[in-house]
Design a protein around this ligand. Sequence first.
Ligand SMILES: O=C(O)CCC(=O)C(=O)O
Ligand SMILES: [Fe+2]
Length: 227
Amino acid sequence: MMLAIPDVLDAAGVARVRALIDAADWVDGNVTSGHQSALAKRNHQLPQGSAAAQEAGAIILDALGRSPLFVSAALPLKVFPPLFNRYTGGEAFDTHVDNAVRILAGSDFRVRSDLSATLFLAEPDSYDGGELVVEDHYGVQAVKLPAGHLLLYPASSLHRVQPVARGVRVASFFWVQSMVRDNDARRILYDLDHSVQALAGERGQADPAIIRLTGVYHNLLRRWADC
Ligand SMILES: O=C(O)CCC(=O)C(=O)O
Ligand SMILES: [Fe+2]
């Protein structure tokens, strides 16, 4: 499932993150690449574990936890500490697939990448190009979102970032291991949750049918979740 989640960070949150990361030292993006994607990647990143990345990453993790849409769509079990990238002067990231398992250097923390995420941190009109192009079963989609918005997409999909011809594209990116590994099952739960919440808005949470449907949601989650 591919989903744009608006306003994960508000304008003040984007400004706080940008102030932290803009002042830090950036390095060649290939520090975190697998063998195949190293050939495809031309960008810059904050070093993983740098003070700026950790501080800005904590702001993002906190915001994700407060986003009902993110929680409902991703059903997160583990989130890889957010990384930060920047593309300018024609830099791009050609078609690649993300590594299935990400291991945090110097620790035993590992995340199976069920979902990939990009949190846009620059306004779309401040740069040309830089679309995130994702290929899934339903075709190819090119996405460029306002600062503070997040794109969640299956980590199994082929994707690329178009060359940035003007300005600077700044983003945070990370991977999510979901409690529900199967994309289709996760999609069913998301649709059900969404529909039940909409109905509950009309009928109230105490409506007997809403209570039973909420039970159905949790019983499916109990069936499918690995925690
Ligand atoms: O910059 C992005 O939006 C995506 C980055 C990416 O695909 C990656 O680092 O694997
Ligand atoms: Fe990627």
